[in-house]
Design a protein around this ligand. Structure first.
Ligand code: GLP
Length: 255
């Protein structure tokens, strides 16, 4: 754990993203295996972006080399861009399949992501059904998160209330600028998304937020040491009783 007394949420600093990913994957593996031995499911909340990639690579390695099965795993992703069909190369559906699901033995019916193609009229029902599906699955056992430069978790941009639920949200300009290279220009970046709310995320029994690199150091400091408010939605994690930040040394450099 980081020793800074100014930290208002537990922080663990690792030598590299790979080391952090390995430690986190070991926790997931233990949860999945212990639930499997009881004949139960493990309900995992998953995230996209470049941050979780070493974690997904380690889960795939555990599946291929250490017989970790995903047959009892149920997943719920945080978010999806509005307007993107599943087959779009930047859809989170596509991201999750190419970086994790296609390489492990998870059952297709156990995978959940918000839809990018529901009509505007269908969005409220779709979001309510997503919330209900999480409840019906038994709730989120373990949620992983990245952090955007606006301090968002999922796509809970500044102004997202602590008790917000799954809903449509307009993307912040900074978020769209960060996504622009992947979309070959900001004009191609969707303007809105469907995201789990802060309240949805905070129902998870265990949460780990990962962040790597110096360009996350300033927002990590705000989330870990700053006031709890809706300007930085990651600050709500300070009020969760089992949330931790897994950082590499550069991401922890401002603490
Ligand atoms: C997007 C995602 C977030 C992610 C963030 C940071 O906005 N919706 O879940 O945490 O990007 O992305 P990266 O991990 O690439 O820095």
């Amino acid at each position: 754990m980081s020793s800074s007394s100014a930290n208002k949420v537990p922080v663990v600093v690792f030598d590299s993203p790979q080391a952090a990913a390995k430690a986190l994957a070991a926790e997931f593996s233990e949860l999945i295996r212990s639930r499997a031995s009881e004949g139960k499911t493990a309900v995992l909340g998953l995230a996209t972006g470049s941050t979780p990639l070493p974690f997904y690579a380690e889960l795939i390695r555990l599946h291929k080399e250490e017989e970790l099965s995903f047959q009892n795993v149920v997943t719920f992703n945080l978010d999806e861009y509005a307007g993107l069909p599943r087959e779009h190369k930047e859809s989170y559906w596509h991201f999750m399949h190419s970086n994790l699901f296609d390489h492990v033995d998870i059952l297709a019916e156990n995978i959940h992501l918000p839809s990018g193609t529901v009509t505007e009229a269908e969005i409220p029902t779709h979001c309510a059904e997503y919330e209900q599906a999480i409840v019906d699955a038994g709730g989120l056992d373990f949620q992983i998160l990245g952090i955007g430069r606006t301090g968002h978790i999922g796509f809970n941009e500044p102004g997202s209330p602590k008790n917000s639920l799954t809903r449509a949200i307009e993307l912040d300009q900074i978020t769209r600028e960060d996504a622009a290279p992947a979309f070959d220009g900001i004009e191609n970046v969707p303007t809105s998304a469907i995201t789990m709310g802060c309240g949805t995320i905070l129902t998870a029994r265990k949460i780990v937020l990962m962040a790597w690199g110096e360009n996350k150091a300033a927002i990590v400091k705000e989330a870990v040491q700053g006031p709890v408010n809706d300007i930085v939605s990651a600050s709500f994690l300070q009020e969760h009783d089992d949330a931790r930040f897994f950082l590499d040394t550069p991401a922890a450099s401002a603490l």
